[in-house]
Ligand binder design. Sequence first.
Ligand SMILES: CC(C)(COP(=O)(O)OP(=O)(O)OC[C@H]1O[C@@H](n2cnc3c(N)ncnc32)[C@H](O)[C@@H]1OP(=O)(O)O)[C@@H](O)C(=O)NCCC(=O)NCCS
Length: 154
Amino acid sequence: MTTSPAPTIRPTTPTDEARWKEIFRAYREFYRLVPSEEIVSRVWSWLTDSAHECQGLVAEADGSIVGIADYRRFSRPSAGSVGIWLDDLFTDPEARGRGVGRALISRLQAIASSEGCSVVRWITADDNAQAQVLYDDVAAKTNWLTYDAKPTET
Ligand SMILES: CC(C)(COP(=O)(O)OP(=O)(O)OC[C@H]1O[C@@H](n2cnc3c(N)ncnc32)[C@H](O)[C@@H]1OP(=O)(O)O)[C@@H](O)C(=O)NCCC(=O)NCCS
């Protein structure tokens, strides 16, 4: 029996652009978002701007990027601490079930620990059963609901 090597997790670098964009397009397609190269390029520009809060990790296996995670830090006034928010997580469908998602989340937990952050947090869709198989194993499901309000002029 052959086993896949553990993926290597590292921050995005400028040379990842073409492959990162492919994966990010697939991620947006998974959420049935209207395709937009403008958005894909904008988010990539955030990740390559060291002053921007949004940062990216990639998972590499056999020399190819097979997964991505975008994250940022957020202040938690009630706790007086900083947390890490995981915005986007995606594994190439061909590479699923081989520990890529787990390794990306694990790296975020290590970053949180090294920086003294109090939590790694993310949201997922209620019906995303596949993702929840992993999440239920690595994190605690909360009872918080998410609300979105529209920007309105006063
Ligand atoms: C959620 C997602 C990132 C998980 O990535 P992954 O690399 O498959 O995750 P892992 O392999 O680390 O863990 C998946 C778990 O699902 C199960 N699994 C087994 N075979 C699997 C397969 N072929 N496909 C998916 N999951 C499988 C396993 O229980 C595995 O846990 P294990 O480590 O105990 O074996 C991936 O399914 C994905 O990109 N989905 C579409 C986008 C999405 O839902 N993103 C998250 C939005 S919040």
